[in-house]
Write a protein that binds this ligand. Structure first.
Ligand code: ADP
Ligand code: MG
Length: 256
């Protein structure tokens, strides 16, 4: 497995007035091709900030970030834009679909930008929407969809951007299941697992520990901007550790 995402000693600060707040410190993480890693932790623990740093969306972090072997944290703005377009898919927590276009057209967009012919783009976009359980919503515009449906159109659009998927790519998802019913949470994680199988390195912010345990290879548990654990679900999902991070008593059972 080759390392696609490598972060060492990532620190990130925000300046508010006279105060400098350190929101991430000493984060070390590498994600290999085909690997699916969940970011877990209470609200405000730094999950989105870390994802945005890897997605080259926010500067201001120290340390080193390598994507597919290339040191990117100090790359030019142009190079970062190129990397974002070619290698990075980002499913934002707050998504932006084009309101005047249908679900199908929204998903076709990155394929058409990538010079795929229209009939083929429509065919692929349809297949991707079916994969996220939206085969019956192709002609709906975003305003005619539920929040959870919009979330999945956005996922399909990012999958279209990365299509067909290959080693060296990175998929980042910030709470992609937050608005979904249980069935569609599983459909979404299964679609994400499939992207990882194509060789993409995947990082996903989740709040549901059960989903994380079932679908992810490793879990990074954050609290106050520090890594509390980075290991297999079995090693991380320990009652004492979870209680210390979430302040909640949990029972851990193995899935039969
Ligand atoms: P999470 O995604 O784990 O809920 P975030 O990464 O969004 O947490 O935020 C981590 C911390 O950084 C929070 O305390 C948040 O208030 C702070 N923060 C995030 N973005 C900014 C910003 N642009 N300016 C100042 N503080 C910020
Ligand atoms: Mg967040």
């Amino acid at each position: 497995m080759s390392k696609i995402v490598e972060i060492s000693d990532d620190r990130r600060t925000f300046v508010q007035g006279d105060v400098t707040i350190e929101v991430l410190r000493g984060i070390n993480l590498s994600v290999g091709d085909g690997e699916l890693v969940a970011l877990l932790g209470p609200s405000g623990s730094g999950k989105s900030t870390l994802l945005q740093a890897i997605g080259l969306l926010e500067g201001g972090f120290a340390g080193s970030i390598k994507l597919d072997g290339e040191e990117v944290s100090s790359s030019s703005v142009d190079r970062q834009t190129e990397i974002r377009r070619e290698k990075l898919g980002f499913v934002y927590q707050f998504h932006h679909l084009l309101p005047e276009f249908t679900a199908l057209e929204n998903v076709c967009m990155p394929l058409l930008i990538g010079k795929t012919a229209i009939p083929e783009a429509r065919q692929r976009a349809t297949a991707l929407l079916e994969r996220v359980g939206l085969g019956h919503r192709l002609e709906h515009k975003p305003a005619e969809l539920s929040g959870g449906e919009r979330q999945r159109v956005h996922l399909a659009r990012v999958l279209a951007q990365l299509w067909p998927g290959q080693s060296g790519q990175v998929l980042l998802l910030d709470e992609p299941t937050s608005m979904l019913d249980p069935l569609h949470q599983h459909i979404t994680l299964q679609a994400v697992r499939r992207v990882a199988a194509s060789g993409c390195a995947v990082l996903v912010v989740l709040h549901d520990l059960n989903l994380a345990a079932r679908y992810c290879d490793r879990l990074l548990l954050l609290a106050n901007g520090r890594a509390q654990a980075l290991a297999s679900p079995q090693e991380v999902l320990q009652p004492a550790l979870l209680e210390s991070v979430f302040g909640l008593q949990v029972l851990v059972h193995s899935h039969p």
